[in-house]
Design a protein around this ligand. Structure first.
Ligand SMILES: NC(=O)c1ccc[n+]([C@@H]2O[C@H](COP(=O)([O-])OP(=O)(O)OC[C@H]3O[C@@H](n4cnc5c(N)ncnc54)[C@H](OP(=O)(O)O)[C@@H]3O)[C@@H](O)[C@H]2O)c1
Length: 339
């Protein structure tokens, strides 16, 4: 029901998505209880209600009375906490990403709450029927599997829930702001400094990055509307730029910093000569290998990620933002504040 004030438990409040949600929440009919790990990343100054808790512990590490009181209070969970670093073994993701989601489900069952789960668009690469098989050695595979398992747990539980599947997030669509630089800012900075000898991207792939505030707006609107089913691809899909266009944006940004970016060749990752790669310095090798693996994920999804952008715009009022404009703002913010 629209108009009802919701009490939301926000897991992962200190993360990139969590902080974007906190910035978008004022003025909306929501009260947010921010879950943060004791000793973890600090929450922004002025965060009103903070709950020190750990998803990896039974009852989130709370005593029975506090857990019961929380369950009486909360009617909605935005489940955004997770281990998001890539390249770790399966067993590292399980305690937080899989068992943590199980605990969120137990809590939601007790509270009678709806869960809005932050998954990833990369799960498309692991769907049965994906046009290519994601290699087990891909740096994202174990992380993505853990998100897919969580989605399955939610489906099997029968609780009311939605799933949001964002692609790689960039800064705010208007200011480029982010609480922390992530993979896109890091790789883009490297490219904008003219250090990338080439970029390995499969032919036909789109480069799909979405401003973090669009995700936050969509989720909060879903909360307000009381939505409790559906899976949403927070991606640009076939509206997304290609790599040549992304490199043009990098060149434009570099020019504002007084640098002339030489044309960066876009190379088919499958045609890479392993010997040539081995001759590169270690940072370049590792960046190129991550870019190749991300490209493989998109290729496994058919080169273009599935998208719910039209539906997100229509149902949740997500503004129309050109991805290239948002990407440029992200680069500007990153150069001024993150490097
Ligand atoms: N950002 C993206 O580009 C992106 C793209 C697709 C999907 N997603 C999904 O969106 C969600 C949020 O991503 P993000 O970028 O915000 O991640 P993030 O910046 O790495 O933040 C992760 C959050 O989870 C918390 N957390 C980790 N372990 C915890 C535990 N045991 N108990 C309680 N909290 C714990 C972290 O707390 P500390 O800071 O204290 O460790 C942090 O608040 C993730 O589930 C991710 O899979 C993100």
């Amino acid at each position: 029901m629209t108009g009802q004030r919701r009490t939301v438990l926000l897991t992962g409040a200190s993360g990139v998505v969590g902080q974007a949600v906190l910035r978008e929440a004022p003025g909306r009919p929501v009260r947010i209880v921010s879950m943060a790990r004791p000793g973890g990343t600090p929450l922004p100054a002025g965060t009103e209600e903070v709950l020190g808790a750990d998803l990896a512990q039974p009852r989130f590490g709370l005593d029975e009375d506090s857990y019961a009181a929380l369950a009486r209070d909360v009617d909605t969970v935005i489940h955004s906490a997770g281990l998001t670093e890539w390249g770790l073994p399966d067993e590292r993701y399980k305690p937080v990403n899989v068992d943590g989601t199980r605990r969120v489900i137990d809590f939601a069952q007790r509270a009678g709450a709806t869960v809005h789960f932050m998954s990833t668009a990369f799960v498309a690469a692991l769907f049965t029927g994906a046009p290519h098989r994601l290699s087990d050695t891909n740096v994202t595979t174990n992380y993505v599997r853990s998100k897919l398992r969580s989605e399955q747990l939610l489906r099997d539980s029968g609780i009311r829930h939605t799933v949001f599947r964002p692609t790689n997030l960039i800064g705010d669509s208007v200011t480029g702001w982010t609480s922390r630089g992530q993979i896109v800012q890091l790789m883009s900075d490297w490219i904008c400094r003219g250090r990338a000898p080439f970029v390995p991207v499969h032919r036909g792939n789109r480069i799909d990055v979405v401003p973090q505030d669009l995700l936050a707006k969509a989720v909060l609107r879903a909360v307000e509307l009381g939505d409790d089913e559906g899976a949403f691809w927070v991606t640009y899909g076939d509206e997304a730029m290609d790599m040549e266009r992304a490199v043009e944006v990098c060149a434009k940004h570099a020019a504002t910093l007084g640098r002339t970016l030489k044309p960066v060749p876009v190379t088919d990752p499958d045609a890479l000569d392993p010997e040539e790669l081995r001759r590169l310095p270690p940072p370049a090798r590792s960046y190129l290998s991550v870019l190749r693996d991300v490209s493989e994920v998109t290729r496994c999804s058919g080169g273009v990620l599935p998208t719910s952008m039209p539906e997100l715009r229509e149902r949740y009022g997500i503004p129309h933002v050109e991805d290239t404009d948002a990407y440029l703002r992200t680069l500007e913010y990153a150069s001024a504040h993150l490097s």
